[in-house]
Design a protein around this ligand. Structure first.
Ligand SMILES: [Zn+2]
Length: 680
C-alpha cells in the first residue's frame, strides 16, 4: 500500500469542503459563487486524487453521489419515529375549527393567538434522511409511516441533500450525534415537462403529474436512472433527534438551514389562525408562478412543547393540518379532438373539452400526447373525462369515466394526412409519434400567416413571427381562416399576453375582416400574385365569386396576365381546401369595401421609367418598393445599365451603386424616392 503524502490528505479534505460549499451555494441557496467550469475542475481534481489513493474514499465524499449498482429490491427501513400524515382542511371553516380544537384541548382562552409556522405543501414524496455524526447514512421513503423503503443511494444523487452536515453559518448549533431529517422530494415543472416529452417520444406513457414522476424516479432500483432525473428536496422537519433539543418548529427550520439543508424560502412564522389563512390565499395566488407543484399550505403549531401535549389521534397529529388548495382535477366532456402540427412536424392530438373550471382557470383543451396514449386510455369523443391541471400549463386527461358512457361515444380517428399540408403522415419504427414528412410544412404555415397579416396584405397589427409561432404551436391556427375565429381569451393563453394585449390583437383581426378585394387576393399568397397583380385582378373582376369561377382563358384575356399566372390562380381556386378556407373566412365576416383611393399615388405616373434598387430601405422592404413602382406604371430591373432611369440607394448599397456612379445614372436617396412616388 502506497504511503499517502500528508499534503494529499490535506488537499482532498480541502477539496471536499470546497465542493460541498459550492454545492450548497448552488443547489440550496441558489446563488453560486463560482462558474460551472471552476466547479467541474475541483470535482475532477478530487476524482483523480481518489482514483490514485482509493483508501481516501469515504461514503460522504462528493464523488460518491453516483455510481451505485442497481439493487435487487428495496430493503425495508423502520422509522425511528413514525412519519405521520396530516389531516386535510378543505376550507377556511375547517382551519378555524382546527385552531379552536387546539385551544379547547389545551384549555387556552378562545381569543389567544397561537403562533404557527406556515409553508407551502409540496406535491412530492416524503422521505427521511438519517445522519449519524453528521454523515448521511440511510434514507427512506415514508412507506406506511412506520416502515419505508431504503432509497439511500438514490437520495445521494440529489445534489441538494447534504452528504455531511456542516455549520454553514457561524451561529449554527453543533452537529448532533444523530438526527433524522424529513423532507419532500419533488420534481420541478420544467423537468417534469422534459421527462414526459422524452417518454412520449419513446412511446412510453407520460407521468400524470410531477408527484408521480418524482416517486417513480426515486423508487428506481438503478440509482443511475434517478441521477438523470433532476430531483430536488425541501426539508420541513425532524424525526428522532439525539443530543440537541429544539424549542420551536421555526427553530428546527432555521437550524436545518444553517446546517446546509434546503428549506422552502416561503416558510413563515405567523401569529393567529387568521394570519395563516391570509398566507394560504397569498400562496395560492403564487401557485402557478412557482417552479414546483404545491397543493396547499401546511400549518403547524410553533411551540414544540405543545406538540407533546396535543399528541396524535389515529395516524395524524393534532398540532398540524394541511390546508389544501382548490382541487386541480375536474370532470367534463370531451367534445372533439384536433390534431396540431409542431415545428418538427410532430402531430399532437389535443382534446377539445366542454369548458370547466379547475382551480380558478377555465380549461377547454387538454393534451392527448399521441396515438398510443389515446389507445391506452381508451378515450372516445363524447366521453366524460377526468381532467387534471398539474405542473404544466397544458391540462391532461387522466382517464375516461367509462361508467358514464351511453353508447354514443365515437372512436378517435388519427389522421392519415397532415392537417396543414395534406402530406401523408409517417411514423418511424419504435416511435410513438406520427410526423408530417414535409419539412416545409410548419415553416410555410408560419410564412403564410406572416404574409397574410403583413401591412400591405390584411394589415393585422401585433401579429408578428413570435405570435404566429405560438398560435401554431398551441394548435390554434392550422389554416388562415382560423385567425378569424380566435377570441380574446385564446390570445390570453399565449406567452406574454395579458388582457389588454390580447384584446388589441383580437380587435386588429376584427378590423382586418373589412378589407379590399385587392388586399385580400394579395394576402392569400397565391403564386405569381403580388400586390400589382392582385390590384389588377380586383379591378377587372370586382368580385371574389367571379374571380373564383374564372377560367384560364378568362384570365389570359387580361393584358398583363400570362399563362403561368392564370394557371396558378385557377389551380388555387379549384383546390377544395382553399375554397373551404375562403368560405370559412366569409362566414366569419370577411367583407370587401370599395377600393381605397390613394390620391397621392394616382397622380404619380412612372410609366416609361426604369428603377434599380440597392441597399436596404428604412420605410419599406425592397419588395414593397418594387411593387409600388410597378403599381405606378414603372419598371424595375436588377442590373444597372444605360437604360436605367433611377437607382434608389438605401443603406449599405452594393456594387450597383459604384456602377451607377460610373455610368452617371441619376441616384435617389430613400427620401428623394419617397418624394418622387408621392409618399414623402
Ligand atoms: Zn404538413
Amino acid at each position: 500500500m502506497s504511503k499517502i503524502p500528508p499534503e494529499v490528505i490535506e488537499r482532498v479534505k480541502k477539496l471536499r469542503e470546497e465542493i460541498e460549499y459550492h454545492n450548497y451555494r448552488y443547489y440550496v441557496l441558489n446563488s453560486p459563487v463560482i462558474s460551472d467550469a471552476e466547479y467541474d475542475a475541483l470535482m475532477r481534481e478530487l476524482k483523480e486524487l481518489e482514483e490514485k489513493y482509493p483508501e481516501l474514499i469515504t461514503p460522504d465524499s462528493p464523488t460518491q453521489r453516483v455510481g451505485f449498482k442497481p439493487a435487487e429490491a428495496f430493503k425495508e427501513v423502520p422509522h425511528a419515529e413514525p412519519m405521520l400524515s396530516l389531516d386535510d382542511a378543505m376550507n377556511e371553516q375547517e382551519v378555524i375549527e382546527f385552531d379552536k380544537r387546539i385551544k379547547r384541548f389545551l384549555n387556552l382562552p378562545e381569543d389567544l393567538e397561537i403562533e404557527y409556522t406556515v409553508e407551502p405543501k409540496i406535491d412530492g414524496l416524503a422521505v427521511e434522511l438519517v445522519y449519524e455524526n453528521g454523515v448521511f447514512v440511510v434514507g427512506s421513503t415514508r412507506g406506511d409511516g412506520y416502515v419505508g423503503e431504503d432509497v439511500t443511494n438514490n437520495l445521494k444523487t440529489i445534489p441538494s441533500i447534504p452528504l455531511r452536515i456542516k455549520k454553514f453559518e457561524p451561529d449554527a448549533p453543533d452537529i448532533p450525534p444523530r438526527i433524522d431529517v424529513r423532507g419532500e422530494v419533488f420534481m420541478t415543472k420544467e423537468e417534469f415537462e422534459r421527462l414526459n416529452q422524452e417518454r412520449i417520444a419513446k412511446g412510453e406513457l407520460p407521468f400524470a403529474n410531477p408527484r408521480n414522476a418524482a416517486a417513480g424516479s426515486l423508487r428506481q432500483l438503478d440509482p443511475s436512472i434517478t441521477a438523470k432525473r433532476k430531483l430536488d428536496i425541501f426539508c420541513y422537519g425532524v424525526g428522532k433527534v439525539e443530543g440537541i433539543t429544539f424549542k420551536t418548529q421555526w427553530e428546527v427550520l432555521q437550524t436545518l438551514k444553517k446546517w446546509g439543508f434546503k428549506i422552502n424560502p416561503l416558510a413563515k412564522l405567523v401569529k393567529g389562525i387568521q394570519e395563516a389563512i391570509k398566507y394560504h390565499h397569498k400562496i395560492e395566488e403564487m401557485r402557478e408562478s412557482l417552479s414546483y407543484d404545491i397543493d396547499g399550505v401546511v400549518i403547524k403549531v410553533n411551540d414544540l412543547s405543545l406538540w407533546e401535549k396535543l399528541g396524535t389521534k389515529a395516524r395524524s397529529p393534532r398540532y398540524a393540518i394541511a390546508y389544501k388548495f382548490q382541487p386541480t382535477q375536474a370532470t367534463t366532456q370531451l367534445i372533439d379532438v384536433v390534431f396540431q402540427v409542431g415545428r418538427t412536424g410532430a402531430i399532437t392530438p389535443v382534446a377539445i373539452l366542454k369548458p370547466v373550471q379547475i382551480g380558478g382557470v377555465t380549461v377547454e383543451r387538454a393534451t392527448l400526447h399521441n396515438e398510443d396514449f389515446i389507445k391506452n386510455l381508451d378515450v372516445r369523443i363524447g366521453d366524460w373525462v377526468l381532467v387534471q391541471r398539474a405542473g404544466d400549463v397544458i391540462p391532461q386527461i387522466v382517464m375516461p369515466i367509462k361508467e358514464k358512457r351511453t353508447g354514443n361515444e365515437k372512436e378517435i380517428k388519427f389522421p392519415t394526412h397532415c392537417p396543414i399540408c395534406g402530406t401523408k403522415l409517417v411514423k418511424k419504427p419504435g416511435e410513438a409519434i406520427w410526423r408530417c414528412p414535409n419539412t416545409n410544412c410548419y415553416a410555410s404555415l408560419i410564412r403564410k400567416i406572416l404574409h397574410f397579416a403583413s401591412r400591405n396584405a390584411m394589415n393585422i397589427e401585433g401579429l408578428g413571427e413570435k405570435v404566429a409561432r405560438d398560435l401554431v404551436d398551441k394548435g390554434f391556427v392550422q389554416n388562415l381562416a382560423d385567425l378569424f375565429y380566435l377570441k380574446t381569451e385564446d390570445f390570453m393563453k399565449l406567452p406574454g399576453f395579458a388582457y389588454k394585449k390580447a384584446k388589441n390583437l383580437y380587435e386588429a383581426i376584427q378590423r382586418a375582416k373589412k378589407t379590399t378585394l385587392a388586399r385580400f387576393l394579395y394576402a392569400l399568397g397565391i403564386r405569381h400574385v403580388g400586390e400589382a397583380m392582385a390590384q389588377l385582378l380586383a379591378e377587372k373582376f370586382k368580385s371574389l365569386d367571379k374571380l373564383m369561377e374564372a377560367s384560364t382563358a378568362d384570365l389570359m384575356s387580361i393584358p398583363g396576365v400570362g399563362y403561368e399566372v392564370a394557371k396558378s390562380i385557377v389551380d388555387y381556386f379549384r383546390n377544395e381546401e382553399n375554397r373551404k378556407m375562403i368560405q370559412r373566412m366569409l362566414d366569419a365576416g370577411l367583407t370587401f369595401e370599395e377600393e381605397e383611393v390613394k390620391p397621392e399615388e394616382k397622380k404619380v405616373d412612372l410609366s416609361g421609367k426604369t428603377f434599380v434598387f440597392t441597399g436596404a430601405l428604412k420605410s419599406m422592404t425592397r419588395d414593397q418598393a418594387k411593387e409600388l413602382v410597378k403599381r405606378l406604371g414603372g419598371r424595375v430591373t436588377n442590373s444597372v445599365s444605360r437604360n436605367v432611369d433611377y437607382v434608389v440607394v438605401g443603406e449599405n448599397p452594393g456594387s450597383k451603386y459604384q456602377r451607377a456612379k460610373a455610368l452617371g445614372i441619376k441616384m435617389l436617396s430613400e427620401e428623394e424616392f419617397l418624394k418622387l412616388v408621392g409618399k414623402a
